[in-house]
Write a protein that binds this ligand. Structure first.
Ligand code: BT5
Length: 325
């Protein structure tokens, strides 16, 4: 009922009387009032006047089903969108849904994560009201070794989405961090369930610091779009832009079964290329020059002995030798 009241307020775009809402939705006047109060508690700025009724003045920056489904017009990704105030980790929530047979494109978004995950058991700071903590369920018909290419594609699309919505210049730190002014605003954690030669499902978990105002000292390499741009952004428009861009490219990727056609765009946004980096692999660390992105999405580097190597994202970390990038 709350969502229906909200839809009417939006449709009207000026004062609408309690009586009219009550008649059109078949609820009592007390019911209307109760739902208006719930909306106000969520942060909607609604003016009430005894004579004229209710007027929606402003919609808050909240990631609810009502707000997202209103603006997202994709065919698959986000058709089924589940929004929570808080979860342990949206990747974990999607995993449960995936095991229950949820459809490809199911999206889970939480306002806050209690145990947000980075790669290799690291934690991801996910405070409430500031970021996009989102996971997408995919069921692509590709081999498990290709799954990391989806991370590259999602990183590219998120980079483009942020750029379109905020106008900020974003770059990709291979494989999938997005950086603004040399600091990390977004990370991606891809998890999958697979047989030897077949993927059951992939969970693409994306975290974007949107309106975060400060970070703990240990996250000195982190920033937010708001810090970089000097103003706040509405998170829902970044989600919308991303899902639309990613849906188009993901469908093409599934047809082609290759990342190759996206690499020109990826290279143009990739800050890791043509630089000296430290490659941190399980068995050794070495300094290398980053030459190119391979057709499979690997990073092609030249090590200190002049040997060319393909570095795969699951195996190594790449650090700038003078700092984070
Ligand atoms: C990542 O890991 O960058 C992947 C982050 C994925 C987060 C999303 S949120 C939705 C979904 N649900 C989850 O539980 N996770 C995904 P990695 O490259 O390993 O980077 C982790 C490191 O980034 C940490 O060790 C910190 O140093 C740093 N870090 C933690 N929180 C951060 C934040 N909010 N912003 C920037 N850096 C952060």
């Amino acid at each position: 009922m709350k969502d229906k009241v909200l839809a009417l307020l939006k449709e009207q775009n000026e004062y609408i009387s309690g009586e009219e809402i009550s008649n059109r939705l078949g609820v009592t006047r007390a019911g209307v009032w109760k739902n208006i109060n719930k909306l106000k508690e969520e942060g909607y700025h609604i003016e009430s006047s005894t004579k004229k009724g209710y007027h929606l003045i402003n919609t808050p920056d909240i990631l609810t089903h009502a707000e997202l489904s209103n603006i997202i017009h994709t065919e698959i990704l986000g058709k089924n969108i589940c929004c929570y105030e808080e979860v342990d980790s949206t990747n974990q929530t999607v995993k449960v849904l995936a095991r229950q047979g949820a459809k490809e494109g199911t999206v889970v978004i939480a306002d806050k994560q209690l145990m947000g995950k980075g790669r290799l058991g690291k934690t991801w700071e996910s405070p409430s009201g500031t970021g996009i903590w989102m996971s997408i369920l995919l069921r692509p018909n590709i081999i498990p070794a290709q799954a990391s290419q989806l991370t590259l594609l999602a990183g590219l699309n998120m980079c483009e989405a942020i750029q379109r919505v905020t106008g900020l210049e974003c770059k990709i730190k291979w494989p999938n961090d997005i950086v603004v002014n040399g600091k990390k605003v977004c990370g991606i954690l891809t998890e999958m369930s697979a047989e030897l030669d077949r993927i059951n499902y992939v969970i693409l978990g994306i975290g974007v610091n949107v309106n975060t105002k400060s970070f703990p000292t240990e996250l000195s390499h982190a920033t937010s779009l708001s810090i970089a741009g000097g103003k706040d952004y509405l998170r829902r428009y970044i989600v919308k832009e991303f899902l639309q861009l990613f849906e188009t490219d993901y469908m093409r990727y599934k047809d082609e079964k290759s990342i190759e056609i996206f690499l020109e765009r990826y290279r143009a946004s990739c800050i890791t290329l043509h630089n000296h980096v430290k490659v941190i692999a399980a068995e050794r660390e070495y300094i290398a020059y980053t030459k190119d992105i391979g057709q499979d999405g690997s990073l092609i580097v030249i090590d200190e002995e002049g040997g060319e190597k393909s570095v795969f994202s699951g195996e190594v970390s790449v650090r700038g030798i003078y700092g984070y990038i």
